[in-house]
Design a protein around this ligand. Sequence first.
Ligand code: S3P
Length: 196
Amino acid sequence: MNAALGDQALNRSIVLVGLMGSGKSAIGRRLAARIGMKFVDADAEIEAAAGLSINDIFEVHGEEAFRDGERRVIARLLSEPPHVLATGGGAFIDADTRASIKAYAYSVWLRADFDVLLRRVSRRDNRPLLKVENKEEALRQLIEERYPIYEEADIIVQSQDGPHEETVSDVIAALRRFAAGDAGDEDSDRSPDLAT
Ligand code: S3P
């Protein structure tokens, strides 16, 4: 029994999707701790499998090779026991990866305001797709291309600009509602209080 989510939700992994800077890893790590599941970061797994940083994979082998690796690594992770999985921003955009996530996991789109995204991604220079002169423009374009696809996620949660724990609580509440709806019994005892 999972005190935060109820049994239903534990059948599947919880996969966080969304743009760079939306807080997938930070929220995912805290979410996993709160609901007592393992946390896995897909980008870290890709780096470990390749023996290279994301930057180097893009630089040496190109984006297509990165997407191939990403597809394979996420398919493997989805076959493992349920956990919380933070994915890179492009993972859910890949049709095969999206289909696997939809088939085997609960998908949660962490949606953040443009200003929040821009501020967060401007802090570090570790993202190959944003190593461009005009980060703002690149981010706007990604929003335009990707938001209609992220919208296909099972659950959409606004990534708050405040303490991460607030967003984590919102994700837990949304997951409970979704899992209860999935099971067809919204008022079930199996979805106990949200005391975590
Ligand atoms: C990417 C996002 C990155 C990383 C890679 C490509 C993308 O992950 O996977 O640089 O296509 O949006 P984060 O979203 O964790 O920064």
